[in-house]
Design a protein around this ligand. Sequence first.
Ligand SMILES: Nc1ncnc2c1ncn2[C@@H]1O[C@H](COP(=O)(O)OP(=O)(O)O)[C@@H](O)[C@H]1O
Ligand SMILES: [Mg+2]
Length: 424
Amino acid sequence: MTDQTPPATTDVLSAPTAGRVSEEAVWEVLRGVIDPELGSDIVELGMAKGVRIEPDGTVHVTIALTTSGCPLRAEIQRNVRTRVGALAGVTHVKLDWTELDQAGKAAAMERARRNIAERAEQTAVPSSTKVVMVASGKGGVGKSSVTVNLGAALADMGFTVGIMDADIWGYSVPRMVGLDGRMHAEEQPPEPDGAAAGDKRARIIPNEIPVGDGRLKVVSMGFLVEDEGSALMWRGLVLNRAVQHFLEDVDWEGVDYLLIDMPPGTGDVQMGLAKLLPRAEMLIVTTPSLTAQKVAIRVVDMGRKNFLHIAGVVENMSAYVDDTGREHRLFGTGGGDRLAEDAGVPLLARIPIEAAVADGGDHGRPVALAAGPAADAFRALARRIVEDVIQPTDMSGCSSRMLDAVQAALDDADSGPLATSAPS
Ligand SMILES: Nc1ncnc2c1ncn2[C@@H]1O[C@H](COP(=O)(O)OP(=O)(O)O)[C@@H](O)[C@H]1O
Ligand SMILES: [Mg+2]
């Protein structure tokens, strides 16, 4: 298969051997690569076929796809590359592609089915939902403003967007999207082949508003507490559990993008979320000031240690554009570029300083839905994400079609484990 990685130039004899990566470490990170249609990782699905490590740190990974024309191939490729490439001692990542044989496909399907039931217990986030953590090194850089405006712009494009306000202490999303009132819970019928019959599960229903052709579904501490004073009483462990509940007990069905407004920095809540959502992507928000980048890079490190994919950097409060069109760089320059370069990821957007951003936030009318340079920048960011960086899951793709084919073949043969366990 074609492979853009340049050949290794390191002399084999002088290559470091002490820090050489182990096969176990590679298999471990491959467990973080999820086939979004089958909802399981590629090791468990039997799609990761082999790992070979050369002395110079080049890692060869063989991946078997469900069908060779699989549109998810690019996504799996990118994920394998970034995750394996982030391991210490890896110099190059090379992928070889093959196709699962009929028995392999049937086995993958069975495993996927079994896992779907179990996974439902862990988080209620569908495997087709793209999870985007919006993170920053410190507070006040505009993380919530970016989350809300990106969410509004994505919804305006027709997507169903979830916003999870994980900044438990400093929640601000409800005000910024103009939503208030309690969230309510609904008893859900038990899963067909899930837990014991009669085990009804309460699901929290997010507060929701239509935006353009899509909708925003919002979950926040602000919908659960009477005032910010009582939020403070929920300190510590309870708050970590609150975030977990937002993932386990909230009905995120049908959500294309789930944006998580993270608390600033790298505390327990962030670590907990990273562990619960191994397939999440991170967007790092920063300001143009060069001094802020040292704290921001720590967030990148935390993400990488948890095998999250860093999608890119958003520089907020980039410049103030006056009425004559002249730019004033109030908070310095170069911060976004510096962070993107240090992290080895793209700078995805520069959002200008504009009174309308703050004003829209204060009045529950996201500026992304209005006009002006900041609105344009937020909408361009949303387009870039959809078209390139974090494309929505195409469920009409490979595995679901293949699932039908495998099912049909097995039904014909009227034998095998799948024929009896198939949902009617
Ligand atoms: N591009 C911008 N132009 C003007 N004001 C902004 C911009 N981005 C954020 N703000 C304002 O800066 C303050 C902090 O932003 P916020 O999104 O709450 O940051 P964080 O969530 O990182 O703490 C808010 O008052 C917000 O309205
Ligand atoms: Mg905030």
